[in-house]
Design a protein. Structure first.
Ligand code: GMT
Length: 380
């Protein structure tokens, strides 16, 4: 069995946790000597480095007048077959079930007609199961793709339960949590000054997301407005998406625009987190909440909903506080509790960092690597 593998990774290139996890996993595998082939329709947004072990294969989608809907899954499947043959992939790891897992399973079936056996690992990330996957229009395909993959992992224990509860699953699902590379946080020398946002030493609250409905960013604004009424503070909003306009107009109607900064999408978030006191994530559902873990790695206390996998990382009363979805009052009261007790806030920040160490990359990477080698050994 060779030590250095040719690994294919399929992910979304856009602003979102599954793309971040896939990219950072690939980069870490390349650092360990494996050749990593990213396959997507655009360069993954955090894949902006050069390495002689990292390759990017773009899936092009021809626009033919007959197609009202472009069949991306077919282009992806063909690309997977091409890359698997010509780059001699040992393994294909797909992130997010729709349509990556089903494309991978089709590619595997087609490759078998060429006498090639390509093991498929599917990592489920959240909305592929909790929102989209349950939809009748996707369910049978997702179920088949999960049952036909050679290995399936979920990023939280909760997501594994939700998958078993909502699909007819006849196989084992492994739990491998998301991770952060703590090296990135250790060497942070912030290029932004806290004073730039909080000139009078106000507290800084931060939210980072893709501003989709599921993130409940209007809750973020309302929570902040209640806090700011009692204790002067500032809110930094990072990201962009469909609900940004609503959030901005809510700030105007609550008359808090001078205390809220919308920074748009940022490739590097460690800088902003390094000047933050509290991170707010009131999501309707969150299978893991990678961004909360990133905040914790930056010594930021977390105020979040108790949905999905969030209680697995944000420990209530230790690294932050949990509340029911939509409980804006409790979330703002919890922030006020922290802002009015500097020792409590400092201890939460320290605890958050300690918990984040459990998810450091060197601890999680071997779990994926073992999974790959076990599959390959089985197929030998
Ligand atoms: O949060 C999003 O909308 C993006 C989405 C994605 O697939 O990129 O995030 C999901 O995967 C992340 C990485 O595993 C998890 O940390 C997020 O909790 C999960 N989002 C949801 O479950 C809403």
């Amino acid at each position: 069995m060779k030590n250095n593998l040719n690994i294919g990774i399929v992910c979304y290139p856009t602003y979102g946790g599954s793309g971040v996890v896939a990219t950072e996993l690939g980069v870490a595998f390349a650092e360990k000597g494996h050749n990593v082939h990213f396959i997507s329709y655009d360069q993954p947004f955090r894949l902006d480095l050069f390495s002689d072990r990292i390759f990017y294969h773009e899936v092009s989608v021809p626009n033919y007048p007959l197609f009202e809907y472009t069949p991306y899954e077919l282009n992806l499947t063909s690309k997977l077959i091409d890359v698997a043959i010509h780059e001699k992939l040992d393994i294909l790891h797909v992130h997010y079930a729709i349509p990556h897992a089903s494309a991978a399973v089709s590619a595997k079936q087609i490759l078998s007609t060429y006498g090639i056996n390509l093991p498929i690992i599917t990592t489920l990330h959240g909305t592929d199961i909790t929102l989209l996957g349950k939809d009748k229009s996707f369910k049978p395909v997702i179920e088949f793709a999960i049952n036909s993959s050679d290995a399936v992992t979920t990023v939280s224990k909760n997501l594994r339960e939700v998958t078993y509860d909502n699909f007819n699953i006849n196989r084992k699902i492994d739990y491998i949590p998301n991770f952060i590379d703590l090296r990135l946080y250790e060497k942070i020398i912030s290029t932004i000054s806290r004073k730039r946002y909080a000139p009078n030493e106000e507290f800084i609250v931060t939210h980072i997301s893709n501003f989709r409905e599921v993130k409940r960013i209007e809750d973020v604004i309302r929570i902040f407005a209640r806090v700011n009424e009692k204790i002067p503070s500032k809110l930094i909003m990072v990201g962009d998406g469909p609900d940004r306009v609503k959030a901005e107009s809510l700030c105007r109607s609550l008359n808090i625009t001078k205390n809220v900064f919308f920074l748009g999408k940022l490739k590097v978030i460690e800088d902003v987190l390094s000047i933050s006191d509290v991170f707010v994530l009131p999501s309707e559902t969150e299978s893991f909440g990678l961004v909360a873990l990133e905040a914790m790695a930056s010594k930021v206390a977390v105020i979040s909903s108790n949905s999905g996998g969030l209680p697995e990382i944000n420990l209530d009363g230790k690294t932050g506080f949990l509340s029911n979805v939509g409980d804006v009052k409790k979330m703002s009261d919890d922030i006020l509790k922290l802002f009015s007790d500097p020792l409590l806030l400092a201890s939460f920040k320290e605890n958050a960092f300690k918990v984040s160490q459990t998810y450091d990359l060197p601890k999680i990477l071997p779990l994926y690597e073992d999974l790959y080698f076990n599959l390959l050994n089985k197929n030998d």
